[in-house]
Ligand binder design. Structure first.
Ligand SMILES: Nc1ncnc2c1ncn2[C@@H]1O[C@H](COP(=O)(O)OP(=O)(O)OP(=O)(O)O)[C@@H](O)[C@H]1O
Length: 878
């Protein structure tokens, strides 16, 4: 037997399957024997088992010989020696040799086996962390319960070597598997080699062989020197066939046996030494096995604990899952309950909301009714108050007018009388002068005659006396005449003084009239809005809108029936929208009547105020007709100005007028009095004079208007230039704002008063909204600019009405240009032009709303730019 047979017991092998070595890290520390065992080469596979049968062919090396020798010594020689020494040979074949077989305690074996088991278990065991393998029946398998560890199996009593080993021990490979065959072969060995028939060593513990074989495994170096036994030389089949021949040479064989015994003894001693070493190794292995056992126990405890924890956690998980399931069921039930409750609540709330809505609606209706009634009552009251006030004002105005008229009449009568008197006196003076001249001529003639007569003194002495008497007479008559002339002169001077006083009074009264007139204008409001509805020119234009003029007395209201509306009940209704302005002109009103209403504003311009009259409304509503038609506001205003200027000359006022005509197109200023030439037109720039509150346009042509013809000429020129600038004149007029600016400067030679006023007559572009016009491209840009400038105009008026510190004049060219005609120092009149057509109803309502907004604006008190020179008539010595 060699080392390889022990190696498996120690937990490591040196068989061909080296991969199964498990304790390679400390195997060399265990024992030299183990090192030897480990160092054995593949050739050792020839000795596959601890129980290699002796009947096998003898080993080719010394170890095999030693094994054979010890076997012989144990089984044959020692029993005989015991016999020889009258020793009782036991029936037990195990102790037949007299040597105590090495005791391999169950614990020792088990410790080795434990190591094996551990190593195998390491290879096979499932990690504790993994779920336990379940049987096909679903129950958790408990390997401890079903399978015994090698340690346990090792601790069991040894089975007879001849019995077949369980399949699990086949891990030892051929060494254990060959055990059965070994037994049979050993019979054959004892029969062939033993001295006689010996009982087969069936019951002999195989471990004794294993340990004894380790001694054989030691390299003694003597194996080669060992004498050949008879066994080595014996022919294989000679022993059974010729026992008598060997039996005769007893001495030889004895000596041979003795020598062999010696050798065996030495071998035995060596074996004993090895045994001690092995025992030590076993002790170490035992302690290690104990340690490992403890560790295993600990691990098992831990595993039990972990398993217990796992079980408890599993239980917990399952209970939690049950809880979860239960809770989810409860939640579902709760959710459903809530859902139903929510639905109930929703239903309730909906009912409640509907109820509240109904209540609110009825309350709103009631309030609306009440409100409407209140508004109507207030309106009625206000209207009555307004009518009273208007009547009172009209009365006052009438009185004022009457008084003024009477005064003016008195004054003019007196003036006429005085003038007549003056003229009479002048005529008398002229007559007297003529008389005086005649008399003087006569006197001269007489004096000449006297001279002639004195020359003829001598001759005509008698005649001289008579002539002297005559002269005396004539001289007394001349004195009388001179007295009469002086009296007449005094009377003339008196008449002139009275006339002058009357003129002074008249001038003073003219100034007072202006003040009173301005006050009257202020009472009317500095921004006035008038509405004009043009007539339907042709039935082909379309259906007329429902427009009514209910207030015949004051002509200040217009009722427009709005578009169709559907109320909440689905009924189609049309609301009547009332609008109120300073004056409303129905379609029958002519330009002359319209001008009658605005002539006072023109007068204000003459009195030194800035006046702005502009027409607002959609395209085709009659703006141009009202402003620039031959009998429109511009020609009428200029004619009126000329007439007034002429009249005012009597009152020492002399006026100059100059006009310019510009167009604001796409936020750019164009001069309508300069024909558009081929080159680049000079850029027009707006300049404001803050002191004089006047606006001038740099590079803009200004025409001196010294006759009515000039105005008409200017209007024609502007119209022509506008036509040239646009492809279609009407289109251009619709898309641009035209501004006629008339600057009036007056000076009173008597009072040295000076006034500067401006009359701006503006024809605004069409106010239709972009969304309605559906314009595109250039047209869209034009419409955007128009809308922007109109919106800016509205903003400016609103800011002025609010009394805001900042008025956004500069937001558009138009408002920038009209800055001093819209602000505090101005009187503004807006005509909102209305188309009578149903098709234009929406735009009409929009325009009227815008105009209402302007109408509700109050612009600050206007101030005349009247200036007084430092020299007054009194200081002039008059
Ligand atoms: N009160 C009126 N009486 C008679 N005809 C009128 C009256 N108002 C306007 N018209 C006529 O209606 C037509 C359109 O008027 P007008 O050209 O003045 O409108 P508009 O508002 O100036 O249009 P646009 O913005 O295009 O210049 C013209 O033929 C004009 O003669």
């Amino acid at each position: 037997m060699d080392g390889p047979s022990l190696a498996p017991l120690l937990g490591f092998g040196c068989r061909g399957d080296r991969g199964r070595l498990t304790t390679t890290t400390h195997q060399n520390a265990l024992h030299p024997l183990r090192r030897r065992a480990n160092s054995c080469g593949p050739s050792d596979q020839r000795y596959p088992s601890l129980f290699t049968p002796t009947t096998l062919p003898p080993p080719p090396n010394a170890s095999g010989a030693l094994l054979l020798s010890s076997y012989l010594l144990v089984n044959f020689l020692l029993p005989r020696m015991r016999l020889h020494n009258n020793m009782d040979s036991s029936e037990n074949p195990t102790f037949r040799s007299g040597l105590r077989p090495p005791q391999i305690h169950a614990s020792t074996t088990s410790s080795y086996l434990t190591e094996i088991t551990s190593s195998e278990a390491n290879a096979r065991a499932q990690p504790t962390g993994l779920p336990q393998k379940r049987t096909h029946k679903g129950s958790v398998s408990h390997p401890d319960a079903k399978r015994k560890t090698l340690l346990e199996r090792a601790a069991e009593p040894h089975k007879p070597a001849g019995l077949p080993r369980p399949a699990a021990t086949a891990i030892k490979g051929s060494s254990i598997a060959a055990l059965h065959a070994e037994t049979t072969q050993r019979h054959a060995f004892s029969k062939t080699i033993g001295p006689g028939a010996k009982p087969p060593a069936v019951t002999r513990a195989p471990t004794s062989m294993g340990f004894s074989s380790s001694t054989i495994a030691r390299p003694r170096g003597r194996t080669t020197a060992r004498p050949h036994t008879s066994m080595a030389t014996r022919e294989p089949d000679s022993a059974p066939s010729s026992p008598s021949k060997k039996g005769w040479d007893v001495d030889g064989r004895l000596s041979e046996f003795e020598s062999q015994f010696k050798v065996m003894k030495e071998a035995f001693e060596g074996t004993m030494t090895d045994r001690k070493a092995l025992e030590e190794a076993i002790d170490i292995a035992k302690s290690r096995a104990n340690d490992l056992e403890q560790k295993k126990q600990q691990l098992e405890d831990q595993m039990d604990e972990l398993r217990h924890q796992l079980d408890s956690q599993r239980d917990e998980i399952s209970s939690l899952q049950q809880d979860k399931h239960r809770m989810s069921l409860e939640m579902e039930a709760e959710r459903m309950k809530h859902k139903y409750q929510l639905e109930d609540k929703e239903r309730e709330l909906r009912h409640e909301v509907e109820k509240v809505q109904r209540e609110l609606q009825s309350r709103i209706d009631q309030l609306t009714r009440e409100h409407r009634e209140t508004i109507e009552a207030i309106e009625r009251r206000h209207r009555a108050e307004l009518a009273d006030e208007q009547a009172q004002k009209a009365r006052e105005l009438g009185e004022l007018r009457t008084r003024l008229g009477a005064e003016q009449q008195d004054l003019s009568l007196e003036l006429t009388k005085k003038s007549r008197e003056v003229q009479e006196m002048r005529a008398q003076i002229e007559e007297l002068q003529l008389d005086l001249d005649r008399e003087q001529t006569l006197k001269k003639t007489l004096q000449n005659q006297m001279t002639e007569m004195s020359t003829n003194n001598m001759v005509l002495e008698d005649r001289v006396r008579s002539l002297q008497a005559k002269i005396e007479f004539l001289e007394s008559d001349s004195k009388q005449q001179s007295d009469s002339f002086a009296a007449m002169e005094a009377r003339l001077q008196e008449a002139l003084r009275v006339a002058d006083e009357a003129r002074q009074k008249l001038i003073k009264e003219e100034t007072e009239r202006r003040v009173l007139f301005n006050k009257y204008q202020e009472l009317k409001g500095n921004i006035r809005v008038m509405c004009r509805v043009r007539p339907i020119l042709d039935p082909a234009e379309g259906e007329g809108a429902k427009i009514a003029f209910p207030d015949h007395k004051t002509s200040s209201q217009i009722d427009v029936t709005g578009p169709e509306e559907k109320n909440s009940l689905g009924a189609v209704t049309r609301r009547v929208l009332p609008f109120e302005f300073d004056r409303v002109f129905d379609p029958s009103v002519t330009n002359e009547e319209v001008f009658g209403e605005i002539s006072q504003l023109v007068q204000s311009a003459l009195d030194g105020y800035n006046v702005c009259i502009f027409c607002y409304g959609q395209t085709g509503s009659g703006k141009t007709y009202t402003m620039s038609s031959p009998d429109g506001m511009i020609p009428r205003a200029t004619h009126m100005i000329y007439d007034t200027i002429t009249k005012l000359r009597e009152k020492s006022w002399s006026y100059t007028m100059e006009g310019s005509f510009v167009e604001v197109y796409n936020e750019e200023l164009h001069d309508l009095l300069t024909p558009p030439g081929p080159g680049k037109q000079p850029r027009l720039e707006i300049r404001h004079d803050d002191q004089r509150k006047q606006t001038t346009i740099v590079n803009c042509k200004t025409v001196a208007l010294d006759s009515p013809d000039k105005v008409e000429q200017m209007l024609r020129q502007a119209q022509n230039n506008r036509s040239v600038a646009a492809t279609k004149a009407n289109e251009r007029s619709s898309r641009s704002h035209s501004v006629f600016m008339l600057r009036i400067t007056g000076e009173n030679s008597a009072t040295h008063e000076r006034c500067e006023g401006t009359l701006n007559l503006v024809d605004l572009a069409g106010s239709e909204r972009l969304k309605h016009s559906q314009a595109e491209g250039d047209r869209m840009r034009e419409t955007q600019n128009i809308n922007k400038s109109l919106a800016c105009l509205g903003d400016v008026i609103e800011a002025l009405g609010r009394g805001s510190g900042h008025v956004p004049y500069r937001n558009s060219k138009l408002t920038h240009l009209l800055q001093y005609s819209l602000g505090g120092n101005s009187k503004t009149l807006m005509f909102v032009m209305v188309s009578p057509l149903e098709a234009h109803l929406k735009e009409t309502i929009t325009s009227l709303r815008f105009a209402t907004k302007v109408h509700n604006t109050h612009i600050g008190t206007a101030k005349s730019t009247k200036k007084l020179r430092s020299t007054t008539p009194e200081s002039n010595g008059r």
